[in-house]
Design a protein around this ligand. Sequence first.
Ligand code: FES
Ligand SMILES: [Fe+2]
Ligand SMILES: [Fe+2]
Length: 425
Amino acid sequence: MEQFEEELVAALREIVKDGNWQYVGNKCDFHSTCTKLYSEDGEHIVLVHTEDDRFWAMDSSCPHEGGPLDLGDIEDLVDGRRVLVCPWHHFDFCLETGVSSLGLQNQIYEVRVVEDKIYVKTQNKLSLSPIPATNTRSLLGKISADDYKSSPNEDTLCFWATKILCTPDPKEKVTLTLDVQERWNSGVMTVVGQATPPVQPSRKDNLTVLQPGRIKRGKGGTQASRIALLHSLANIEQWAIDLSWDIIARFSSVRLKTGEPLPRQFFNDFVKVAGDEAKHYHLLETRITELGSFFGALPVHNGLWQSATDTSQDLLARLAIVHMVHEARGLDVHPQTLSRFAARGDCSTVEVLEVIYKDEITHVAAGLRWFTYICSQEERDGLSTFHDLVKQHFKGYLKPPFNTEGRKTAGMTEEWYVPLVKPSS
Ligand code: FES
Ligand SMILES: [Fe+2]
Ligand SMILES: [Fe+2]
């Protein structure tokens, strides 16, 4: 008993002395296994209460594609590790270390229980309910897209971009995209034009679109879970087709601060990106069908479009968040995704993923190229502008491990992303 009291006093002293311990509630407040703790810096935490009455904490946004770990399940693996399994694609994260079996790493936090009070070690304030945002977005880099009106001319790039955005059937989206790409590249269509893209692209009625965080899948390691992963990638590609056409239509009339319009090469590049994304969707959809399922068999999330909405008024922010953050993240998770299919000897899917990966490097490169082009034309510092925009428009920090090689091939050196990683507290 004496030793217990000594330990208790020591723990209390440490908590009082070290301002980085956040009190989050009493033990009796945490009935469920996983509870989301909202953090003032946007990097929310999941507090896990296991059956043996122990508490653990890690970032609640999955390092894979941002899945909601607070809706995950706890599993005991045969090697003795206890893991939190992401509900989206079943990457598991060891409660003790944050390491997943497939090489990703999640940030973990120390948890202390002192006299039934729970403390989590982080410098940011935590709350059981969302913390209202306090920092208003600055207007840095703002290029207004408000004034674009539809053009009556029907054979322009923007007319077709808008038409494709409003096409709900992904197969038709693919066909139209490849058709427009061919006519643009061959010089049959030459006018960029103007149009007002829809607020949200169309989706088929039978596709269940849920808010990110509402999707739960079956157990990992099975064919069903691999189909689910392909389904989620096909969903991302469908949004990627729309994002490519949206950047073309929404920002077609932008004038740089120099008064210059965007060069024609900008449109050539994003038509190429759109064509690649259409090809990716088609390849993945074909694999899903070959594996006995179909696109639309599972619910999908619309998280990627949130970034489009958040950056709809600002071309630099759009390039930064969609192409230099999200698409670069796609390069980071590629090796882990590949290994899941390679481990099962699924060579056809591995080939598809390799094709996609090579193209995606060029998409990050295009985002970076146009971002730095605009910055240099407008005499802004590219790096600091990028860092500021990501802090304004992207929730939380960028998460290692990074695919340093892939990013470097795209021209993105560490100075772009390492300063956006969470500082160790
Ligand atoms: S988002 Fe968590 S495993 Fe894919
Ligand atoms: Fe893609
Ligand atoms: Fe892409």
